[in-house]
Design a protein around this ligand. Structure first.
Ligand SMILES: Cc1ncc(COP(=O)(O)O)c(C=O)c1O
Length: 399
């Protein structure tokens, strides 16, 4: 066995080592860093070899909508981090969710989805899954009885994000995994906010993990991508869907994400440390009405988060005293925070959920989701925490 082959890695490596090493197979050039295979197709040794590869009788690449060595490197590395049998990389986080639904659901099936998921995920279920005969019931992320009551004989999937965006509610994954298994349904967890550096849903009984790689897996706001992870037999259905429908990850993006994974745990720890400091500081400010961060002992999800997560992540939200005008004044007075809806970047971001990420909801839906006009969401980046606190102070002074 070649020392440079991923197969030569010892067993039972730590996450930090897997994040740097897993999935790499060096080419004959002996490159140290991961190679970027920018090629749409592959050549065959002979007509017989081409026939064998097309028939699946001989291993090897055929076409990059099917397989690409750089994408495979990313898939194997992320699978190692999440503890998954297999990972399937996709063109975006949304195409990861779409592909999961298309591959594993059919007309007549029923999905139970947390009300506190990314708005576009809700739109995908309401606008498109419904159109193809898949019904969706929305329930409170944290109220187990609502999940139990929503189960029907046709229920095939339970879908959630934990912690939620922007209020950092925490789901009891073990309890929901037990419910899913008793109902012959799959538990699907979007692990975008924690990443495997802080939380491993598959170890808590989830069947499938989804990622928007666009966020913390990249970590520097460069590329759009996604991933689905789980048991081989489920992932095979995804592979077939991706080969047929085509929302695969580009090799270039896979290469960027691979380099992002190498620093994932260090970054997640730094994001979490600074976010906790920011949350505690905001709690002490007279102009701040309430802070939402699962790392605060008075947050309703604190105990659960401590049992499921190794740290609390980089996203927090808070309500300033007043309404939308005050929230906008705070946001406009900051000079370091980038005013953008993205998160998971080295650059701290700030956004007003009620008029941006949750702007399309009706007033009643927004009220039910707890997204008030005075709510601000921050995704704490990697700048020095003192500079970020000084920037938040600028926001407070504008109130
Ligand atoms: C939790 C979560 N899941 C999925 C997505 C969709 O990911 P993408 O933008 O990569 O399609 C997002 C995007 O913001 C998200 O926040």
């Amino acid at each position: 066995m070649n020392k440079d082959s991923d197969n030569s890695l010892p067993a039972d490596l730590h996450l930090d080592t897997l994040a740097v090493r897993a999935g790499q197979r060096r080419s004959d050039e002996g490159e140290h860093s991961e190679a970027l295979f920018l090629t749409s197709s592959y050549v065959f040794d002979s007509a017989a070899d081409a026939a064998a590869r097309f028939a699946g009788d001989s291993p090897g690449n055929v076409y990059s909508r099917y397989t690409n060595p750089t994408v495979r490197n990313f898939e194997e590395r992320l699978a190692a981090l999440e503890g998954a049998e297999q990972c399937v990389a996709t063109a975006s986080g949304m195409s990861a969710i779409l592909s999961t639904c298309m591959a594993l659901l059919k007309s007549g099936d029923h999905v139970i989805c947390s009300r506190s998921v990314f708005g576009t995920t809700t739109g995908l279920f309401n606008r498109y899954m419904l159109k193809f005969g898949v019904e969706v019931s929305f329930v409170s992320l944290t109220d187990l009885s609502q999940w139990q009551q929503a189960v029907r004989p046709e229920t095939k999937m339970l879908f959630l994000e934990t912690p939620s965006n922007p209020l950092c509610e925490v789901a009891d994954m073990a309890a929901l995994a037990a419910l899913a298994s008793a109902s012959n349904a799959l538990l699907v967890v979007d692990n975008c906010f924690c990443t495997p550096a802080l939380q491993k849903p598959l170890e808590m009984g989830a069947d499938i993990v989804i990622h928007s790689a666009t966020k913390y897996l990249d970590g520097q706001g460069r590329c759009v991508g996604g991933a689905v992870l789980g048991r081989g037999e489920l992932m095979q259905e995804l592979v077939i869907f991706l080969r047929t429908a085509g929302p695969t990850m580009s090799a270039f993006n896979a290469w960027v994400f691979l380099k992002g994974l190498e620093t994932l745990r260090l970054r997640m720890e730094a994001h979490s440390r600074s976010a906790l400091t920011m949350a505690l500081w905001l709690q002490q400010q007279a102009q701040v009405e309430q802070v939402f961060y699962a790392g605060l002992p008075d947050h309703p999800g604190y105990e659960l988060a401590c049992s499921q997560q190794s740290a609390f992540g980089g996203v927090l939200s808070f309500k300033v005293r007043g309404g939308q005008a005050e929230a906008w004044r705070f946001i406009d007075a900051t000079r370091i925070f980038s005013l953008t809806a993205n998160l998971g970047d080295a650059k701290s971001t700030i956004v007003h959920p009620a008029t941006t990420t949750h702007g399309r909801l009706t007033d009643a839906e927004r009220a039910e989701a707890g997204i008030t006009g005075n709510l601000i969401r921050i995704a704490v980046g990697l700048e020095h925490i003192d500079d970020l606190l000084a920037d938040a102070q600028r926001g407070l002074e504008a109130l």
